[in-house]
Design a protein around this ligand. Structure first.
Ligand code: GLN
Length: 205
């Protein structure tokens, strides 16, 4: 995937913990140059960054230990595009309803998130979820693994995906605010590269 100048896009994957390699594989297969981000200097020259799923409290703890959290927050507030999945959504949020002891989040997305919002799913659940990235919805085969839900959001946040609860109430599982897109499920688990492809295409224009 080529950027504005015709050069390959350089995309970081936050590589502190979690499902890093699935995202690296998809991004590389789409032609991006991928950097694993662990230290502040790894943020140099990125066109975008992916936050993988995993354990958000561990990602938070390591990011602070490596003094990455503040430079990362600054880069995103300055416009670095983010695609976050699952624990990545939790890590991006302004507020967590049920943080682990001492857990912090970056506060780059104006949402309140409940971790394990569907209960403690022992097994992953697959659902087809319509996701609105451009004008049309993409039907994504999504894996929900101890997935978070967005319980409230600010006026600047667009809801791009919901799933119906058992009683039919829509539960918010995908949002976008300016340069941050966050999904509570894993599109990458099923080898579906369309979300990444659309996201990269949006960075190239
Ligand atoms: N529940 C996990 C957390 O709090 C997220 C699960 C996931 O990323 N699959 O980080």
């Amino acid at each position: 995937m080529a950027g504005k100048t015709g050069k390959a896009l350089t995309i970081g994957v936050l590589a502190l913990q979690g499902g890093v390699e699935e995202h690296v594989a998809i991004l590389e297969s789409l032609g991006a140059h991928v950097t694993r981000v662990r230290l502040p200097r790894d943020l140099d020259g990125l066109d975008g960054i992916v936050f993988p799923g995993g354990e958000s409290s561990t990602i938070d703890r390591l990011a602070r230990a490596f003094e990455l959290a503040q430079p990362l927050r600054d880069a995103i507030r300055a416009g670095l595009p983010v695609l976050a999945t699952c624990a990545g959504l939790i890590y991006s949020a302004r507020e967590l309803e049920n943080p682990a002891p001492g857990q912090q989040s970056l506060g780059v997305l104006d949402v309140v998130v409940r971790r394990n919002g569907f209960g403690n799913q022992r097994f992953s659940e697959e659902r087809t979820v319509p996701v609105r990235l451009d004008e049309e919805d993409l039907a994504v085969e999504a894996s929900f693994i101890r997935a978070p839900v967005v319980t409230s959001h600010g006026a600047g946040v667009e809801v791009i995906a919901t799933v119906p609860e058992r009683d039919g109430t829509p539960v918010v599982v995908g949002v976008r605010e300016d340069n941050v897109i966050a999904l509570s499920f894993h599109p990458e688990e099923n080898g579906d590269d369309r979300i990444h492809a659309r996201w990269l295409a949006g960075l190239s224009v």
